[in-house]
Design a binder for this molecule. Structure first.
Ligand code: SF4
Length: 414
């Protein structure tokens, strides 16, 4: 086993962190028997899936043919020697340690890096730097929030244990009553069915809805939709209001403007009570990816490591834009769930480029050089950042011959 002592004997590990989504639940019990995970409790289907490993394949393939790690490292080095504009993407699938190594590599190559999830537009890094955002840890939401608004958020589907651990389902240290649940969404969801108030609205109208809430907060709205007015009244009357925005929240064209307007509304609510915004991002470590790139470059993603320092272009350096314009001549791809949800046109463009891929699951996406790496939180340790920025250490629960992404990158960099 890497990064720890061998545990390939019947054993039970406690307080294990799950990387199945960005909740990074750190209370799991994992039973290991016969070199595999035999049981994971508490029961969460998504978590169980994360701990189940696909077939152990070759550690490396070149053009689909089995190769040694050394051959793979040589082939990757050769491929990149001919590249003038490589692109790194998929960093949210990596541990913080591997993200740091990936950025060292990008710096050396003069590469573009899009650290955002290509399947989910997310301007929050930009908004955090330009406007700021009042936010909170999940523990604070659990302990204090008496009113929770879910906006394009259906945690039951995307973050299965979110409610039982952090909201609604549990009593907090400073609030043990029954919480009021509000929902704004484009369609009825499991969360909206249990809500006290529900306002149906398409994602493309999010800016208008946020502007109406802001106007209500400032006492300057004459004729708001009655259901939206009710939601505002409950948020304004709360002792502690939490506005939880799901991965779809930024789906319209104006994601940054929506979040900026919501941030202004939350500042208005804070004139009389406490209110925060919590972003329910996909996992496992897109939050960490945004932070790692900001530590390293001072910019939110996306950036280009130019000869005279990092350059930041919020729109034109996005992976989708670079690929659509043919500005990339090689790709370093960190595989994971994002590939299953990425736009088809992006996948088509990626398939045409010489690619070095790092993955731990079976994905039928082509790559000139494909490394099969140790799975974070199952076969290797490291750390990741929960959706509220809290860093958590991972446990390697199984032993493996496979190398971690970080180790392979460090060998390539030399
Ligand atoms: S909610 Fe997410 S992090 Fe928690 S156990 Fe389920 S998949 Fe894992």
């Amino acid at each position: 086993m890497q990064n720890g002592s061998p545990v390939n004997m019947p054993t039970t590990l406690t307080d294990v962190v799950c990387c199945g989504c960005s909740c990074l639940c750190d209370d799991l019990q994992v039973d290991v028997d016969g070199g595999r995970v035999a049981n994971v409790t508490p029961n969460c289907l998504r978590g169980q899936r994360y701990f189940s490993l696909s077939e152990q394949g070759a550690q490396c393939r070149i053009d689909g043919e089995e190769a040694s790690l050394t051959q793979g490292i040589s082939a990757a080095t050769e491929l990149l020697a001919a590249a003038k504009a490589p692109l790194l993407l998929g960093l949210g699938e990596l541990t913080i340690d591997a993200q740091r190594a990936a950025l060292d590599w990008a710096d050396k190559l003069g590469a573009y890096v899009d650290a955002g999830n290509p399947a989910e537009p997310d301007p929050s890094g930009m908004v955090l730097q330009s406007t700021g955002l009042i936010t909170a840890t999940l523990g604070e939401i659990r302990d204090r929030a008496d009113v929770v608004l879910y906006w394009n958020a259906d945690p039951q589907l995307t973050h299965p244990r979110y409610r039982e651990r952090f909201a609604l389902g549990v009593a907090g240290k400073f609030f043990a009553g029954s919480r009021t649940s509000l929902v704004i969404d484009q369609t009825v969801t499991a969360t909206s069915l249990r809500a006290d108030s529900y306002f149906e609205s398409p994602i493309t109208d999010n800016l208008e809805v946020a502007q109406t809430l802001l106007a209500l907060g400032r006492g300057k709205c004459q004729n708001p939709p009655p259901k939206l007015l009710r939601i505002h009244q409950k948020l304004a009357a709360a002792n502690y209001a939490a506005i939880v925005c799901g991965p779809e929240f930024f789906g319209g064209d104006d994601g940054a403007a929506v979040l900026e307007t919501l941030a202004d509304y939350v500042r208005e609510l804070n004139q009389t009570n406490r209110a925060i915004v919590s972003l329910l991002k996909s996992g496992p470590n897109w939050v960490g990816a945004a932070e790692t790139i900001a530590w390293r470059t001072g910019y939110p993603s996306p950036v280009r490591f130019a000869a005279d320092g990092p350059e930041y272009e919020p729109t034109s350096f996005r992976a989708a834009k670079l690929l659509a314009r043919g500005q990339v001549d090689a790709v370093i791809r960190f595989d994971g769930d994002w590939l299953r949800k990425a736009p088809p046109e992006m996948l088509t463009a990626l398939a045409k480029l010489p690619t070095i891929a790092f993955g731990h699951d079976d994905l039928d996406l082509p790559a000139k050089v494909a490394f099969r790496v140790a799975k974070p939180g199952v076969e290797c340790g490291g750390s990741m950042h929960r959706l509220d920025d809290v860093p958590l250490p991972l446990t390697a629960v199984l032993s493996t011959e496979r190398q971690s992404t970080e180790t392979i990158i460090r060998q390539i960099i030399g």
